[in-house]
Design a protein around this ligand. Structure first.
Ligand code: AOF
Ligand code: ZN
Length: 372
């Protein structure tokens, strides 16, 4: 009987782990989490954490189960959260309110705000709790989460769009419409899932982008961040003139003039001063500052010089390259990583958990960079 229960627990937890995988690339730095609501062997609700800032796995699974959740067993790959002051209400409360009878947990939440507390809250409410079922497999779902928690850095996604021959713009630096509508739609979806969209001032000067979120229903509005060591951002740039509608923060160094700062602040931007490194914004320091200001997930959209500095500073966690079936050619046409000819890093930087996704005619290549 005991063995039967253990076998069933492991079999349903294995399914919950598969569900958790669906969050890969869309929830980080949050952990990937899956949950199943079961009555005996029968699964009556499935859920996973699908996007950063969105609902956690448990409320998604409980919603599918509806009234069938009462008296059911819930399998969840990570200890349900119990801490307040987050983007979502605590999952322990949702499980208690749904009157589930038992919760089976794979791994403890390494987040010090909730470690152990999730299980305790459930037990105090009279729910039977079993922990450690397939704990090792579940821990593999989130290889970088614990490190990120103590890093003091935001999770940074470096994104670019390029032609089949690796060009992000033509020889005249024109970069409009390299990729197709499906890729552009996903970019807007990702923008709607981050705390900030960041670019270097070079991109503002070359393309005058507005970096807004379009064509997707999003409840989150990212801050636009410009990395600009000497405040060359024009007061008439679109990111500046629209700063009343959508916040724009400019990260600069002590090299910037007080007059320029004053002009950009009067135009509605927030200017943050950080350390310089070889005359440029020190990206390590800049991102630590942005994390301290509450930004946890940042989409870095280039250009090539900023991307190179970010890789060199070891602050990139996730790479997304959209590749279009087009050829541009031209020796002087830029690629996604600029720099001055010095090798980016001593050895090639490995990309982990590599995946490829067709997006209409384009292909998305993405993966993760292990922290140094
Ligand atoms: C869960 N279920 O599916 C996940 C959990 O900012 P928030 O509100 O999304 O909360 C993030 C924290 O919640 C994260 O640091 C981790 O402790 C926990 N993640 N917990 O019960 C989930 N993704
Ligand atoms: Zn939760």
């Amino acid at each position: 009987m005991i063995d039967d229960r253990r076998e069933r627990d492991e079999s349903l937890m294995r399914k919950a782990i598969l569900l958790a995988e669906f969050g890969r690339g869309r929830v980080e730095p949050n952990p990937r989490v899956g949950a199943i609501v079961a009555r005996g062997d029968r699964c009556v609700g499935r859920g996973w954490h699908a996007r950063f800032g969105g609902p956690h796995a448990e409320p998604n699974a409980l919603a599918e189960a509806g009234d069938a959740a009462e008296g059911a067993t819930v399998y969840v790959t990570l200890e349900p959260c119990a801490h307040e002051a987050k983007k979502t209400p605590p999952c322990t409360q949702a499980l208690i309110d749904a009157k589930v009878a038992r919760v089976v947990i794979a791994a403890e939440d390494p987040n010090p705000q909730t470690t152990g507390l999730g299980s305790r809250r459930l037990q105090e409410a009279g729910i039977e709790v079993t922990t450690g079922v397939l704990a090792d497999e579940a821990a593999k779902l989130n290889p970088r989460f614990e490190h990120w928690l103590s890093s003091g850095r935001p999770f940074v996604i470096a994104k670019w769009a390029m032609t089949l021959d690796g060009k992000i713009a033509d020889v005249e630096r024109g970069s409009k419409y390299i990729t197709g509508p499906d890729s552009r739609r996903l970019v807007h979806e990702i923008r709607g899932s981050v705390d900030a969209v960041a670019v270097g001032v070079g991109t503002v000067l070359a393309d005058d982008p507005d970096l807004t979120v379009r064509d997707v229903t999003s409840t989150r509005e990212p801050v636009r961040v410009i990395l600009d060591s000497t405040l060359r951002t024009p007061v008439l740039a679109r990111v500046v003139t629209s700063s009343e509608v959508m916040p724009t923060w400019i990260v600069t160094t002590a090299r910037a003039s007080a007059e320029k700062r004053q002009a950009l602040e009067s135009a509605g931007c927030r200017v943050l001063v950080t350390e310089a490194e070889a005359g440029h914004v020190d990206l390590g320091a800049a991102f630590r500052l942005l994390k301290a200001e509450g930004l946890s997930r940042i989409l870095l959209e280039g250009g090539g010089e900023v991307h190179t500095s970010a890789f060199r500073a070891g602050v990139v966690d996730h790479v997304m390259a959209f590749v279009a079936p087009k050829l541009l050619g031209g020796r002087a046409a830029p690629g996604p990583l600029g720099g001055d000819g010095v090798r980016l890093i001593a050895d090639p930087l490995p990309v982990e958990e590599w995946t490829t996704t067709p997006l209409g005619e384009d292909v998305l290549l993405e993966g993760f960079i292990d922290p140094a």
